[in-house]
Design a protein around this ligand. Structure first.
Ligand code: HXC
Length: 288
């Protein structure tokens, strides 16, 4: 789909994306690039990075890929150094690297829990910390979160805890770095997004959601939806937005079972209203 944003809103900016070789991270990289930013993508798999960089370049985007794991401090330093060496600065850090799998809580080892915390939460903090000296000159951060922990999600205790920590980091950094340095720190919490690793690994409701493509918003989103949210936050359109995690899920996280049809509720409501109108004043409700 065509972007509703002007083409050059990020002209001259440099974006660094962890997990930028595939999925939501790649889509954000491509849209930031199409809107004028130079791009560095970081990821663990060289072949994935190589083909992502080729795809970005074929769109006319100035892009490089740097192998690395956000769990290794030395890798994060190397990626930020490579960014500065290649492009001379860093304006936009997008923390999109994440790990997840479905597992009942009682079957998850502490190391499995720690692994996801390390990638999502500690990895996000490490990247922010290492990039900070460069972001201080007017940068912004976008942390990719999730909606898992807004209520509770079956079989994802580790990722729910990790994304809750990410949201907390977003707010704390927004407070400290926004106040002291003007760095805006925001998050995006995608709902179920089609054609991503998350969708294929985790969404047991996928079939259901796909069947409902014709219902107003209760359906899978597209990577494009998340990239547009990132453009909003990264550009001047979001210049007064700080410390927010924007939920982009069509409102699915709010969904709950409908206990009564609209017709039933209208009927019941009329009856209840009539009963309370006709009741003598002062009669306890329990006697009506
Ligand atoms: C139970 C598991 C497990 C599983 C791994 N572990 N997979 N436990 N069920 N399916 C445990 C292992 O047993 C081990 O603990 C520990 O986790 C580390 O496992 P490793 O395989 O050594 O880790 P590693 O090779 O570093 O791989 C990390 C990973 C992997 C997170 C486990 O899945 C990965 O690399 N994922 C990246 C891609 C990804 O998942 N993307 C999805 C993001 S979706 P022990 O105790 O045995 O040593 C997302 C969006 C959420 O985040 C919202 C969607 C709606």
């Amino acid at each position: 789909m065509e972007s509703p944003f002007k083409g050059a809103i990020l002209k001259g900016k440099v974006g660094l994306l962890t997990g930028g070789g595939s999925g939501i991270g790649y889509e954000i990289a491509a849209e930031l690039g199409k809107h004028g930013a130079s791009i560095v993508i970081m990821g663990r798999r060289k072949h994935v990075l190589d083909s992502a960089v080729s795809a970005l370049r074929s769109l006319g985007i100035d892009a490089i890929g740097v192998e690395g794991d956000v769990r290794k401090k030395e890798d994060t330093v190397r990626v930020v150094d490579a960014t500065i060496k290649q492009f001379g600065k860093l304006d936009i850090l997008v923390n999109a690297a994440a790990g997840n799998f479905l597992v009942p809580a009682e079957d998850l080892s502490p190391n499995g829990f720690r692994t996801v915390m390390d990638i999502d939460a500690v990895g996000t903090f490490t990247m922010c910390h290492v990039a900070f000296p460069y972001l201080k000159k007017g940068g912004i951060i976008i942390n990719i979160s999730a909606t898992l922990h807004l209520t509770a999600t079956w079989y994802q205790i580790h990722a729910s805890a990790a994304k809750a920590a990410v949201d907390s980091l977003t707010r704390s950094l927004a407070l400290e770095w926004g106040t002291d340095y003007g760095i805006r720190v925001n998050g995006i919490a995608p709902g179920p997004i089609d054609d991503t690793t998350g969708a294929s690994k985790l969404i047991t409701e996928e079939v259901n959601l796909k069947k409902q493509q014709d219902s107003a918003l209760y359906r899978m989103g597209e990577k494009w939806d998340i990239a547009m949210a990132a453009l909003y936050l990264a550009s001047d359109a979001g210049k007064y937005v700080n410390g927010v995690t924007l939920v982009v899920d069509g409102g699915i996280w709010l969904s709950s079972p409908r206990h009564m049809s609209k017709d039933e509720v209208k009927q019941l409501s009329k009856t209840v209203e009539k009963r309370s109108r006709d009741a003598p004043v002062g009669v306890p409700k329990s006697n009506l």
